[in-house]
Design a protein around this ligand. Structure first.
Ligand code: FAD
Length: 341
């Protein structure tokens, strides 16, 4: 069999990181990324990019923890390298605060982030409406720079990238041996997945360079995440809403909620509003499927449905998708050598 041809559909953080893991796991593969949008026009560009996991109710916790750990370890190494600034990866410390003590005081990811501990009384004094809090250090991706960095790595390994809207994965069966579906919310239409739904998120990106620590309300709805150049203020979670237009009333509400956590934000300048649709599911769809029509087969690997936590687990799920691609290629090789006998 000649160099296996692999197409990755989608150029958000999931598609680009999956393409990179495939080139690492299968250096003899010829990898192509096909996407109707690239950075800065993907959901991944809107995200805050904080490594604080979202929980997928349909996925075992030990699997989610493994995905998070692999992602954290990978990005921690980048943050400690000369690549950090270009990749937009940095460590950030801060607080997650609660109005009452949560049922689960130790989240499953508490021993993956750095220095996780309960907040001291002195720290809690900064948040008079809150009774309990956790302090830790985690990583943050500045999303557009990270996507550009991934693209640069892919180009350096010879990966081709084309702007193309795929109407049906089957249309790729003549050109490619394996197709990887990383279409995010686009998979709703592309593969008709009714279990996939949008959770609309609106955020503000502001200039407030004095804000150095992250602050997250324990319900996950209000947050202040400082990046290298701008601070992300959030947010909203609106299930089944497909509208990508910013709502001015919501902008004011987000700004007010964030100012009540960090009053100095009243001085924030240059407010930009962004909206994205989280590709949400009970569990990430990370599996093989063999499509077949008229005696032809097309092995597909799905890797989509990362909801509110795509950045937090992207490297872990990309590695698993690359392993599934290797399985597909091994199966193709063994069936082509059987056919020659
Ligand atoms: P996308 O970025 O949407 O990429 C999908 C790609 O597929 C796009 O390139 C699209 O053009 C392409 N595509 C779709 N359909 C087709 C088709 N038919 N043909 C060709 N191409 C197609 N996660 C975190 O971990 N931490 C955070 O702090 C965080 N904050 C967030 C804040 C907000 C406001 C939002 C909206 C999300 C946030 N997320 C966060 C979640 C994160 O953004 C997503 O989980 C992640 O971006 C999903 O990546 P993706 O590559 O699957 O999707």
């Amino acid at each position: 069999m000649a160099a296996p041809k692999v197409a990755v559909v989608g150029a958000g953080v999931i598609g680009l990181s999956t393409a990179l893991c495939i080139t690492e796991a299968c250096p003899s593969c010829s990898v192509t990324v096909l996407s109707d949008q690239f950075s800065p026009n993907t959901t991944s560009d809107v995200a805050a990019g904080m490594l604080i996991p979202h929980t997928y109710p349909g996925t075992p916790i030990h699997v989610q923890k493994q995905w998070f750990k692999e992602t954290f370890t990978y990005l921690f190494a980048i943050s400690n390298s000369a690549e950090a600034a270009e990749a937009g990866i940095h460590l950030v410390s801060g607080w997650q605060v609660f109005k009452s003590t949560p049922k689960q005081e130790l989240p499953f990811w508490s021993d993956v982030v750095l220095g996780f501990r309960s907040m001291s009384e002195a720290e809690l004094q900064k948040f008079p409406q809150h009774r309990f809090g956790q302090a830790f250090t985690t990583l943050k991706c500045d999303c557009p720079p990270y996507l550009l960095w991934l693209k640069k790595r892919l180009k350096a390994t010879g990966v081709q990238m084309y702007t193309r809207k795929v109407a049906d994965l089957w249309e790729l069966h003549r050109e490619y041996n394996v197709v990887v579906n990383c279409a995010g919310i686009g998979a709703h239409q592309l593969v008709g997945d009714e279990k996939l739904f949008p959770v609309r998120g609106q955020v503000l990106k502001v200039h407030a360079p004095w804000v150095k620590n992250f602050i997250r309300d324990g319900d996950g709805l209000t947050y202040i995440y400082p990046g290298i150049h701008r601070v992300t203020l959030g947010g909203t979670r609106e299930k089944d809403i497909w509208n990508l237009s910013a709502d001015p009333g919501t902008t004011q509400d987000i700004f007010d909620r964030c100012c009540s956590l960090e009053p100095s934000l009243q001085e924030a300048r240059d407010i930009k509003v962004k909206v994205g649709l989280r590709p949400s599911r009970q569990s990430v769809r990370l599996q093989r499927e063999d499509l077949s029509q008229g005696g032809f087969k097309l092995p597909v690997v799905h890797n989509y449905g990362h909801g509110a936590g795509g950045f937090s687990v992207h490297r872990g799920t990309a590695k698993e998708a690359a392993r599934l691609v290797q399985e597909c290629i091994a199966a193709l090789k063994s069936s082509s050598s059987r056919a020659k006998l």
